[in-house]
Design a protein around this ligand. Structure first.
Ligand SMILES: *Cc1c(COP(=O)(O)O)cnc(C)c1O
Length: 458
């Protein structure tokens, strides 16, 4: 049956044809060649197995076009985050303000005075662009910035507790997602973990009893992602600061999310602010750039000048430093905090967090029939529903924010999973969450109705 193979075009015939040329111009020669060879091999195998060669030959170019389009589609393309978690780590956390995006784009495309003092023409420091703003916004004496908050905790522990003890309450030995476990970070920092107190209760005397010449640092950690309730006691930061000061040991407070402003003005529950943590007497305060702050990934360390200088001399600082793009975006983001009245307008993450439920419910009512018409073709029904959003990334871990969305139901126990997979597979993937036998799309983070309708097809 070898004659059948001759119905298939040769590699050269395809590549020199008009469609082949267009594909080469779009994707490059090597990828087209590889995809074409794979298709031809598969076609020959199919012919050997008895398939119709003429039909296979006719389908070759369309299949090639589809293969190359699929391969060219980025796994990093935007998705619609209707998961109900606003700061979703797996979806990239905070969305940047327009000013931050513009600053980042400018930094990407141009040389800039990153480590260059334009006044004197001498060498400057890249952190200088952020230090002044951070101190102004928080009341801290000094500040430094690294790759992320995990890096901030690592370098601070390494700077002050390498070969010495880091004292921490048993109730604060946290694991947060993505393999950040405080005991592991401590081990990598070269610090010896000294646990004090019990899971639910830790007293001043527990800390005092553990302090000695071997102590490098006292660490307080915001228990992101969980809360201990019931018969509990923790030593408040000001009391802990007094204990640390008396012992001559630095107190470090890892806030995790760390907000620069009081969120209660937007109807959210109060998270301790960075300024409060500084005022309470912590010698060092660490927090993330891409959680509540609403900027790019970064880790801030604020605090006493002599301690920040010591961190900046640590060779790990060079390994954990930020690039110009993120420094530019961070500077622009921090600048927005000088005008808190307009923050919610300008910071998309805060805008979504602050969206009032009635506005989201109206959007759900508007979209329910339109989305219903689309999913009916796949055998699903759609209704507006109430739901609860989470902030995410360890901020206000057990609090939820009243929200509204769409509840999609279909026949069969696996209906939500099937629909979830289908929506994830679209050109603009839609990420919801499964609850009580339905796929729920929380509309809190849907800026524009059309975005969802288009993602669902047309
Ligand atoms: C999120 C968090 C971290 C890690 O911060 P990244 O910016 O993700 O590296 C550390 N500590 C606490 C308490 C956190 O919540």
């Amino acid at each position: 049956m070898s004659g059948d193979y001759r119905a298939l075009p040769s590699v050269d015939q395809v590549l020199s044809g008009a469609e082949g040329q267009a594909l080469v111009a779009e994707h490059g020669r090597a990828p087209v060649l590889a995809a074409l060879r794979a298709r031809l091999d598969a076609a020959r195998a199919a012919i050997r197995a008895g398939a119709d060669a003429v039909e296979l030959a006719a389908g070759l170019t369309p299949a090639l076009v589809a293969d190359l389009a699929q391969a060219a589609r980025s796994g990093l393309r935007p998705v619609l985050n209707l998961s109900g978690t606003v700061l979703h780590t797996n979806l990239g956390r905070a969305l940047l303000a327009e000013a931050a995006i513009a600053a980042a784009v400018q930094a990407m495309a141009n040389p800039l005075a990153l480590e260059f003092d334009l006044g004197g023409g001498s060498r400057g420091q890249r952190d200088d662009h952020l230090r002044g703003l951070l101190c102004e916004l928080t009341g801290a004496e000094d500040a430094t910035v690294v790759n992320n908050n995990a890096g901030a905790v690592l370098i601070a522990l390494n700077s002050f507790a390498q070969g010495r003890e880091a004292v921490v309450s048993r109730g604060e030995l946290i694991e947060i997602g993505g393999a950040f476990r405080m005991p592991d970070i401590m081990a990598r920092a070269g610090a010896v973990l000294r646990e004090v107190g019990t899971t639910n209760r830790t007293h001043p005397r527990d800390y005092e009893g553990a302090l000695g010449p071997q102590t490098g640092v006292i660490l307080k950690v915001h228990p992101s992602n969980y809360r201990i309730e019931g018969f509990t006691a923790e030593v408040p930061a000001p009391a802990l600061a007094a204990i640390a000061r008396k012992a001559g040991v630095p107190l470090m407070n890892d806030l995790g999310s760390g907000s620069l402003v009081d969120l209660s003005r937007w109807g959210l529950r109060r998270e301790p602010t960075v300024a409060e943590a500084v005022a309470e007497g912590a010698d060092l305060v660490t927090f993330s750039g891409d959680k509540l702050l609403g900027g790019p990934q970064a880790g801030f360390i604020l605090g006493r000048k002599d301690l920040i200088a010591q961190i900046n001399r640590n060779p790990l600082k060079r390994a954990l430093r930020l690039d110009k793009i993120r420094i530019a975006a961070l500077e622009a983001t921090l600048r927005l905090y000088r005008d808190p009245d307009r923050l919610a307008e300008r910071l998309p993450t805060l805008r979504y967090l602050a969206r009032p439920k009635p506005e989201i419910a109206a959007q759900a009512a508007r979209l329910a029939p339109l989305v219903g018409a689309k999913v009916a073709a796949w055998g699903y029904a759609c209704a507006a529903c109430d739901c609860e959003s989470q902030i995410g990334s360890g901020a206000l871990p057990v609090d939820t924010i009243p929200s509204a969305g769409l509840r999609l139901t279909g026949p069969g126990g696996d209906a939500p999973d099937r629909l979830s997979a289908r929506l994830r597979g679209g050109a603009v993937p839609v990420i919801g969450h499964i609850r009580d036998g339905a796929l729920v799309l929380d509309l809190r983070c849907l800026g524009c109705d059309d975005d969802l309708l288009q993602a669902l097809g047309g």
